[in-house]
Design a protein around this ligand. Structure first.
Ligand code: HPA
Ligand code: ZN
Length: 351
């Protein structure tokens, strides 16, 4: 039996620490982050207390113990329940500020952040409440942390197309604060085509478009999101590997995939991280990026996602820099802002 010497074990520990430091300091962007998915159990209890909401959990440990998921739907059930504690403008501010101030410690430079208006409108909480809370936190992040942000408004795909149309109509007074629309929630049996009208209205209003596709659903949902919704990025997209023509198209067009490694293992898209297809897609020339999805539920923020995939797939520093660069290039920032971030990344990689 091979027994590693103390020296070999120590060297491995040092190497892990060095890699973690390198990833933590990488100038990073995040493009696939649901703000409702950053609700940590401690904050959930605090908001439940001040808003008079009764939670079906005795304490924070019981909440964490409930985060064992068998698929996307088993997560969504608990995620929508958790979001019910969010009620006031202050709640939405605190949620956004907690995420952004935490991420300053991971050298996050820019984030394009999803929110789910229908989850809140359905409870009688209006756009002015959540948009007001977000805006204050976003401004503070820009001024105090040097982190820029954009908002992406998602339609819930388990609801029908007419409700998405009503949501984009209701969002129009706030469209100046919204960069793009997206599509999330339960994917299976909910193809993108049903949301063609809502996406067309959003694009006519000058908004950009992204969509979750090929997380649990087939590659045809990716093609549909591109062709019918005009999606400029695909969120997840792991299923693209099942369709050679689609793969060729993604490589040629450099349509980015916003991948979320810890999410994919937690929701059993892959049994283990070692099975993840991120590295194969990167090597094939797909514009893959790394993101955290719902970090409070999936066991890690952005640095944790980079680290988990680096360790499982033995990614090199060049791979990590390429992933960070893909992220910057995939943002909806203007070219001068991208150039600043790309120059910072190049300087970091060289140093
Ligand atoms: N997929 C679909 N809907 C979601 C997700 C996700 O990963 N996270 C939050 N809503
Ligand atoms: Zn997501």
């Amino acid at each position: 039996m091979f027994v590693p010497s103390l020296w070999v074990v120590s060297a491995a520990i040092v190497e892990r620490g060095v890699m973690e430091g390198f990833i933590r300091g990488l100038p990073k962007v995040e493009l696939h982050l649901h703000i409702e998915g950053t609700l940590e159990p401690e904050m959930m209890f605090e908001m439940a207390g001040r808003n008079g909401v009764t939670l079906p959990f005795a304490d924070v440990d019981e909440v964490r113990a409930a985060y064992q998921f068998s698929d996307l739907q088993s997560f969504l059930d608990i995620y929508y329940q958790g979001a019910e504690v969010l009620q006031t403008e202050r709640d939405f501010h605190d949620l956004m500020w907690a995420y952004l101030s935490r991420m300053a410690g991971e050298n996050l430079r820019h984030a394009e952040i999803f929110f789910d208006p229908q989850t809140h409108l359905g409870r009688g909480i209006g756009f002015e409440t959540f948009m007001g809370g977000f805006a204050t936190a976003q401004q503070n992040a820009r001024e105090r942390l040097g982190i820029t942000t954009k908002l992406i408004m998602c339609f819930l795909r388990h609801l029908d197309g007419a409700e998405a149309v009503a949501t984009i109509r209701a969002a129009m007074p706030f469209k100046g604060a919204i960069a793009a629309v997206g599509l999330d929630s339960g994917e299976r049996g909910n193809p993108p085509e049903r949301f063609a009208d809502a996406f067309a209205m959003a694009r006519e209003a000058g908004l950009r478009a992204v969509a979750h596709a090929g997380e649990e659903g087939p590659p045809a949902y990716i093609t549909g999101a591109l062709d019918v919704l005009g999606a400029e990025r695909i969120d997840h997209g792991v299923a693209c590997e099942q369709d050679e023509a689609l793969l060729d198209r993604l490589v040629a067009s450099r349509i980015p995939l916003t991948m979320c490694p810890l999410s994919n293992v937690k929701l059993r898209v892959f049994d283990v991280m070692e099975d993840h297809n991120l590295k194969r897609l990167l090597d094939r020339g797909v514009a893959v990026t790394v993101n955290s999805d719902d970090p409070a539920y999936f066991g890690g923020y952005l640095t944790d996602n980079y680290l988990a995939i680096q360790r499982a797939l033995d990614l090199s520093r060049d791979d990590l820099v390429a992933l960070a660069r893909n992220g910057i290039e995939a943002t909806f920032l203007d070219d001068p802002s991208k150039a600043v971030l790309l120059a910072d990344l190049a300087a970091y990689a060289a140093g």
